[in-house]
Design a protein around this ligand. Sequence first.
Ligand SMILES: C[S@@+](CC[C@H](N)C(=O)[O-])C[C@H]1O[C@@H](n2cnc3c(N)ncnc32)[C@H](O)[C@@H]1O
Length: 442
Amino acid sequence: MAELGPEEGRALCEALEGPAPTSVRLHPQRPCRWSGAEAVPWSPAGRYLTERPSFTLDPAFHAGAYYVQEASSQFLAHVLAGEEVAGKRILDLCAAPGGKTTLYASLAGSDGLVVANEVNRQRAAVLADNVRKWGLGNVAVTVNEPAQIAVLEGWFDIVAVDAPCSGEGMFRKIPEARDEWSENNVKICAVRQAEILREAWKTLRPGGLLIYSTCTFNRLENEGSLEGLLAEAGEEIVESTAFDCPPAWGVVCGRVGPFRTFRFYPHRTRGEGFFAAVARKVSDGGSRVRVPKSRRTIFAPAGRRECAELSRWVAEPERMRFAAVADVYYAYYESQYEAVKMLAESLRVIASGVAMGQIFKERLKPDHALAMFCGLDRGAVPVAELSEEEALRFLRKQEAEAAAFAEGMNLVTHGGAALGFAKRIQNRVNNMYPNSLRIFNL
Ligand SMILES: C[S@@+](CC[C@H](N)C(=O)[O-])C[C@H]1O[C@@H](n2cnc3c(N)ncnc32)[C@H](O)[C@@H]1O
């Protein structure tokens, strides 16, 4: 706070006592009723909402039409605006619950690959749910320590470290963050950040981009962590391509050696506290690409008959490769198939590509992920379009009127947006929405 001076320090404290703005980031391929809402200036898909609705009771939320994401952290969309991101390999090293992962997946496109890593298993499961809902099929979710990921030496074009931090920037949105704050915790976080950054740096290819971010204000965890990396790898770190940051946005721009830094204070910008820094790995020299030798084979290529059945369900089968892992079939975009196979053989991958489902008697029993996949062929099964009330009953896994469904498998939609699958057998409807996602008591 000392850097701000007494007057601005007071303004910051006042802002932290006020209401937090509500914002979302729209899905790149799905319609959303908020597309006309006020834009977040630094995020093309970002929108401010005038009030905070009950997202749980909004079928569009469950259909992945948008991601509820705090506005300042959407600034990474601006950091990447001048960068070639489509088709690139991106590491999101501290990824759960997936706010930034879903942004990177939107930018990487179907020829790109996002490796979304999270050390905490429970948080990784939530990350995998959010990735599945986003439905782009270009993300692999791993549960590894940063040092284990660092075996992928020089493999990524972009490496993002959204580091665990003391959370000072979240004091308004998450009041409990105030109770957890202590000077000692700041120091612990700084040590951890230095370790994570050191491992992250190894995975970046020469010429690749490093993005470091936190949701805290203090120097030690921000500039301090960058200085730590500079002390170890300074000669390999150079400035990234310049981009504008208009003064009207209220972002405090700075530098730490070759790093450009950006600080968001809630009294200056419309969002929570946030810090981001960006720099590049020098393109001549640095690390070479080295990946581990495969220890075991997990992927079994799908047979001809299985491929024929699986192809029926996707809009662009010619761009996809199908493989079985145990008894579940998966679809991958061709361009990243070998990369994901290598990851699955070297790291702890809990989700990747599109889980298609199991095949019984040459018929696919579709997985929920296929309903959420943007590349689903909508002609594969009949569509049961439900009213809002029926859609909420479906999401709660309450009984449904059979008349709304065709006999056999149905894709369940509301307003054209897919929510899941349901199978009608005469007068009975088998709701295939995952139990773990079911909404309760509202
Ligand atoms: C700020 S959060 C990430 C938020 C996420 N990037 C998003 O935008 O939704 C930091 C994450 O780092 C994880 N983490 C904690 N300790 C870690 C460590 N030692 N190495 C890597 N990640 C760690 C936490 O579990 C947490 O999920």
